[in-house]
Write a protein that binds this ligand. Structure first.
Ligand code: HEC
Ligand code: HEC
Length: 279
């Protein structure tokens, strides 16, 4: 009897643990993280290391998963991209200059509007303009080596042979990436840096950036006070701005930002009154 009770209790625990897991862990592409103390030999980076670098860029600096995730459904899943490339290149609407998988992926990242996947264009553009930013531009700022590493990663993810070569500066790019990942960073000191690093501009018009998956923030201070702004950043799904989708804005800024950064950002947004509005 005791044993039975124990077994039942243990099974309940396991079920609860899984239920919790299913509720809180969002399914995402998650390449295995490289071991912490991996030593990078600059002269001889292997293709596996290069692919791993691409995976870290996709998950981190590239901010690709903000949009290419299974939750928001605002961008096609990257795990299926490579398989779709022959279909894209054969599409009557395709007018870009890519000829194969690597050149298509390259073009998709640097000139997202060269071809817009049907149904994913900017609202009202009839699928001629992509909401995806150029990944080498100011909001994301990927280097050439990082872009090539992402191509290698996506080809590997799609089960295709990798057709890009490892550039000479790949080792340096990997070192930068490790530093960026590093815990214990110093707080950013200017609001431009904060907006840049947390890529608000990928989705919002703000501070000269042109994102349009979320509301234009250039005059947000005219209608929203500090408390509202704080909640909008820390708990985006608490209020959903009219005409926009829930579950799209990242909900973990509270864990990523220093309090000083959050307050600086809120003060800045509250001060954005737009042209012609009364402060
Ligand atoms: C702000 C949202 C956003 C971000 C950030 C973003 N993308 Fe996209 N991406 C999209 C959307 C929307 C599309 C579909 C429209 C189009 O074809 O341009 C797309 C299309 C693509 C395509 C073409 C897919 C196909 O099936 O033809 C590739 C490849 C791609 N993205 C890669 C990336 C990579 C790699 C990153 C990160 C370095 C990234 N994207 C970041 C929104 C985004
Ligand atoms: C992946 C896209 C995305 C990113 C990145 C993003 N947001 Fe948003 N944001 C949205 C969307 C979509 C909404 C509208 C839905 C909602 O209210 O949650 C929104 C809503 C907001 C609102 C509320 C606006 C209103 O009128 O109610 C504020 C303020 C805001 N975002 C600020 C930020 C700031 C600051 C950052 C960077 C730290 C940021 N967002 C990053 C997509 C994004």
């Amino acid at each position: 009897m005791r044993n039975l009770a124990k077994t039942v209790f243990f099974s309940l625990l396991v079920i609860l643990a899984f239920a919790g897991f299913a509720n809180f862990v969002v399914p995402q592409l998650q390449p295995a993280a490289p071991p912490e103390d991996e030593v990078l030999d600059l002269s001889a980076m292997t293709m596996d290391q290069f692919v791993a670098l691409g995976g870290r860029v996709v998950e981190g600096k590239g901010t690709c998963m903000l949009c290419h995730n299974e939750v928001g459904g605002r961008a096609p899943p990257l795990s299926e991209t490579v398989a779709q490339i022959p279909v894209r290149l054969a599409d009557a609407r395709y007018e870009g200059s890519a000829t194969d998988s690597a050149s298509y992926l390259y073009e998709s990242m640097l000139e997202p509007s060269a071809f817009v996947v049907a149904g994913f264009g900017k609202a009202g553009s009839g699928d001629t303009e992509s909401p995806m930013p150029n990944v080498s531009g100011s909001s994301i700022g990927m280097s050439e080596a990082e872009i090539l590493a992402v191509i290698a990663y996506l080809q590997d993810l799609g089960g295709e042979d990798i057709s890009v070569e490892i550039p000479e500066d790949a080792g340096a790019a990997a070192e930068d990436e490790e530093e960026e990942d590093g815990e214990g960073r110093e707080p950013f000191e200017t609001v431009e840096e904060i907006i840049d690093e947390f890529t608000c501009g990928a989705c919002h018009m703000v501070a000269g950036e042109e994102g349009d998956l979320g509301p234009n923030l250039n005059a947000i201070g005219g209608s929203r006070a500090h408390d509202y702004l704080r909640r909008a950043i820390l708990d985006p799904n608490a209020d959903i701005a009219e005409g926009f989708e829930a579950d799209l804005m990242p909900d973990d800024y509270g864990e990523q930002m220093f309090a000083s950064e959050l307050e600086m950002l809120i003060d800045f947004l509250a001060g954005l009154q737009g042209e012609g509005s009364e402060p």
